[in-house]
Design a protein around this ligand. Sequence first.
Ligand SMILES: [Zn+2]
Length: 120
Amino acid sequence: MSEKIPTEKSKKKRKQEDEYFAREEARKIAEHRERLNLERAEAEKKHLKEKCWMRCPKCGHELKEKEFQKVMIDQCESCGGIWLDAGELEMLTASSSSRGRSTDSGFIQGLLKSVTKPRA
Ligand SMILES: [Zn+2]
């Protein structure tokens, strides 16, 4: 085996290779970090859903489904709070409007106008 004496050209090439591998390593680390962050966010989302599913957001007790004007609403067994899923308020508005109860639908429509739609 013979060792070559590094020339200026080979030193420059070696430096370029080192820089390339350093960039590749940094890119792989960034990708790995991003993947871990996504996995962590997914796990947190899953954990929250398991922990909060059908639980009262005010007191944490169990929610029971009840039928009200043909709409299934969620009511807390402890504090009595009533929770509506997305679209259920609109269904109740339509239901009370079709029965001509203008005072009720006026109240619900006013409530509907005052709340903004959550992100999908
Ligand atoms: Zn409650």
